[in-house]
Design a protein around this ligand. Sequence first.
Ligand SMILES: *Cc1c(COP(=O)(O)O)cnc(C)c1O
Length: 388
Amino acid sequence: MATQFIPYGRQHITQADIDAVVQVLHSDFLTQGSQVPAFEKLVADYTGAKFGVAVNSATSALHIACLALGLGKGDILWTTPNTFVASANCALYCAASVDFVDVDPITLNLSVEKLAEKLEIAKTQNKLPKIVVPVHFAGEPCDMAKIHELSKTYGFKIIEDASHAIGGKYDGKPIGNCEFSDITVFSFHPVKIITTAEGGLATTNSQALAEKMQLFRSHGITREVDKMVGEPDGSWYYQQIDLGFNYRMTELQGALGVSQMANLDKFVARRHELAKRYDELLKDFPIILPFRNPNNYSGLHLYPIQIKVESGKTRKQVFDTLREQNIGVNVHYIPLHTQPYYAKMGFQQGDLVNAENYYQGAISLPLFYDLTDEMQDDVVRALQKALN
Ligand SMILES: *Cc1c(COP(=O)(O)O)cnc(C)c1O
């Protein structure tokens, strides 16, 4: 039994992070200063995208990304059922509707084959999606080139939900460069790869989309004369030209983000060391290990295993035994279409069998920068006991 509770994920905060936040507290600007733009530039430069728009969460980023792409009443957004609720809720915020494309049973990402089939049917029914949201589950990149190709044929927009994937690479290039999407969204919740406590950011190569997202994150208000209706009354003047929100990131968060970015590559590299160690230590266990495509570099937010039926144990038994031994395992994800709120819209158990089958055995093992080899050995021993 682990002597201390080992969570499935947690932040790593350095003295430099703390100093950066404290410095902001001593400064003139707690919000709308220089730190958020600096963070936006750092993430944009890191990913290779032209623009970065920081907000108070990835959920907000998904919302303003949908708004910027013009999603509204009568439109449809498609995403994967193997994700957090926010990947789909963004459509509902815009009064659009949601549909799901099942996952590939190996990668656990939205299946490109199923997407192609569903698009062909949707075309004949005049029900094509306006936006598709692929989620890089656990940090493993989706097959973006193929999804992008389909978007050209069927005319949909793409928002990558890269909440699990900052620091990862698809085909050698950084996730978030938007080569195959309109917008990419990152999350900086403390369990994710880098943190700003709460926070999110959208990257894009389109100046028009970046400007729209900037407008939506701040009440729909502009101070730019060329965007105003008529002439400004004076230099104090601003205009509300659309209905936006207050989704701004604070300067404290921006400064923390800037400081965290310095360690991003180190964080992801350690996650890879730990994942390789799990792969080796668990290779003879009656479980399915997570897939990693050797042509990609996962952000490795999660290490999700699946308990095999042959183990003779249910996921619940294994999960409960691990928790009793102080191992803070978790489950990612309860298939989104089975949530009561979505079931009310007519989605049913059995609609998306790959996501449902995966869920039956799914357990996410602890994976974070500060997990030591010794703690990981405790996890492995606890799992062995749970499976016996
Ligand atoms: C965490 C997460 C979100 C939401 O991120 P917040 O920053 O907490 O709003 C969205 N999508 C996925 C896949 C996530 O894991």
